[in-house]
Design a protein around this ligand. Sequence first.
Ligand code: BG6
Length: 491
Amino acid sequence: MSPPSPDTPGADPLDLVIFGGAGDLSIRKLLPALYMAHLHDNLPADTRIVPVGRQPFSRDEFLKMVADKVVPFIDPDTLDTAAWQAFLARLHYVQLDATQADGYAALADALRKNSDRVYYLATAPSLFTDICAHLSAAGLVDARSRVVLEKPLGHDLASARAINEQVGQHFDESRIFRIDHYLGKETVQNLMVLRFGNTIFEPLWRGPAIRSVQITVAESVGVGSRAGFYDDTGALRDMLQNHLLQLLCIVAMEPPVSLDPDAVRDEKLKVLRSLRPMSPADVARDTVRGQYGPGAVAGERVAGYLQEDRVPEGSDTETFVAVKAHINNWRWANVPFFLRTGKRMAERVSEIVIEFADLPFTLFPDAPRKSVNRLLIRLQPEEHVQLQMMAKVPGSGMRLQPVSLDLDLQSALSGRRAEAYERLLIDVIRGRLTHFMRRDELEAAWSWVEPIIEGWQALNERPKSYAAGTWGPAASSALMAREGSTWLEES
Ligand code: BG6
């Protein structure tokens, strides 16, 4: 049974509870996204938002905090006074220590009888199981209730399994929304359309027609104020285990039989299960760990990771990771997938580069045999698809030069592009699971990542240093060079 649609006449009112309701994610992403959903009439009329936190805010104090801290994350052009006041009227803050059972009576009082409930756990994953157990014991979970779990879900396979197991005692799998906000990005969803809404790519979408695939998620920001979380997490767990592997799944999966959640997730799971397990020797050879040192980003001097606020002295947490992965199936045998992500890199850019095979033979004496054909799919900051081809330079003789066929999707398709969190929150409210991770998917991702973590522990090496504002350690280019490839910005 799927959760009732908010559009169903007579549906019960919705109470949307956010644990960590006054925390960083709620302030920067969730409350702004809910405001936008409200503004565009995507919240059921009778929705209450119940942020839950430990701070003893009165209603006025909470609203002041929202005015001071949340408003800066909302596009000022969308701040309509009447809509904003109506949004604030939906907020009902509850003070609660999520680890203590006795506080849940206050939450029960704030929820309406027979309301349809969504619990968004924007807290450390170590609290997930306690919160679910306390909600259940307080009689706040029924067969319609949904729970949203923020990433990273666990620290390794065992902790992810334990969380899944325990949350599963209170919520059916069809009610569990494991969020990976990359799956909510318009551009990431468009990748599915690029692949399965067009016929021209599919015949070539495989080895050996494709020589390699690069997936980059580069950030120019540093760790900021999040060292407390980040230093225990690192780039592999924070980004690669989830966002990059999800992108890899969408690039590599077989066409699903439909857009039903399980049809899509079955195909992604097959990709994750086909990832070639990494031996300790593979980890030593095919992965790169980096940590940013001092440098300059966009012309400004910035501190190194070790000098950032609250980073423990001598920390060896990686802020950059590059991996060469292989998918053991017919479509992708022998096609390396290069994944990299890092903080304090030269630019903020997320992109996928499909490099096509080299020419079997070159007819043109001055042209390289190495193919210039590549499809670049840029996901952010701007949405852009570019196909590079070889063309003849006008004039006598046969001089060749690569040229690009460019598609700027931003200008080709106007219309509001909702933020990932807004789209995903609406999916949760409507009970649409397609863009959320299923338990087996998440565990398969951890199963592949765990040998990398263990391999690094066995190697016991410090991460390689890279200057802030660069593309990561030199070893990352060497990883590519061994396969005769280069990262896009070096080509
Ligand atoms: C989050 C990570 O999941 O994604 C952050 O925890 C990272 O460390 C962020 O900065 C990047 O998201 P986006 O949407 O800005 O690419």
